[in-house]
Structure formats: structure tokens, C-alpha cells
Design a protein. Structure first.
Length: 143
């Protein structure tokens, strides 16, 4: 699995040195089908975390889009998605799901900084693919 438990608490200042594009890219390259299943099996919990954690709340709709894309890819309805994009979505969602990440979520005020960093980095990489997917969905709905 991609994310194990951390033994010690990390401060928010460590986010800058730990959560960067290299960190996210390393996780993306290790995504497996098992990780995709883990995300799909925990859709409700991940969605609840996005909607209930105030720093993440504004990403609730993005989470819905990401899950819809994964479902459409899995069902074969939307097959033209690079593996890198799927893996990036999985890494972002699994990272949000994991409460004991670089900065544990229970630390008041800073617990979600790393979640936001991973989400921002990943979404920046796949922005074009997300737009393509949304365009495809609009075409499907209007057909």
C-alpha cells in the first residue's frame, strides 16, 4: 500500500521539505490496481472527509468529479485516460483518506496543509485530462 503510518508527529514547516512534486511523483509511480480498489471501496469515507473537514470542504465537488472519472474508466465508458492521470487521482484521494500522513490531520490549524499540497500538485498535473473528461461528460449528457 502507498501510505503507511508515521511514528512521529511532524510540524507544518516540514510540509515544504517533504511534500513536493518529487514526493507525489514517487507515490504516483507506485500505484497499483489494489490502490484503485482501496479508493473505490472507501469512496464514502473520502467524500465525507472532503465535505466535513473545513479546509478541504471547497474540494467536495472536485472529489465527486474524480470519483466519477474513476468509475467511468473502470466501467470502460471513458477509456482514453493515461495511467499517470488515474494514478495521480488515486494518490490524491488516498492521501486525503490517510489520517496519519506527513502532518497528521488531528493537529489543529495545520493538519490538512499536506493534504491540500498533494491535491494541488496532483490536480495541476492532470488539469487538461480533467477538462477533457468534463467535456466528454457534457457531450454524453447532451447526446
Amino acid at each position: 500500500m502507498l501510505f503507511g503510518k508515521r511514528k512521529s508527529k511532524k510540524s507544518a514547516s516540514m510540509v515544504d521539505s517533504k511534500i513536493n512534486e518529487d514526493f507525489v511523483e514517487d507515490k504516483v509511480t507506485k500505484v497499483s490496481d489494489k490502490d484503485i480498489e482501496l479508493v473505490m471501496d472507501n469512496e464514502e469515507a473520502i467524500s465525507q472527509k472532503l465535505s466535513n473537514a473545513s479546509p478541504l470542504r471547497k474540494y467536495t465537488e472536485l472529489g465527486k468529479i474524480l470519483f466519477a472519472m474513476l468509475k467511468d474508466v473502470k466501467r470502460g465508458r471513458y477509456p482514453n485516460v493515461p495511467w499517470f492521470t488515474i494514478a495521480t487521482v488515486v494518490v490524491a484521494l488516498l492521501y486525503i483518506f490517510n489520517p496519519l500522513d506527513v502532518v497528521p490531520d488531528f493537529i489543529p490549524g495545520v493538519g490538512y496543509i499536506d493534504d491540500l499540497a498533494v491535491l494541488s500538485i496532483g490536480m495541476g498535473w492532470i488539469e487538461t485530462d480533467l477538462h477533457d473528461y468534463l467535456d466528454w461528460r457534457l457531450e454524453e449528457e447532451s447526446a
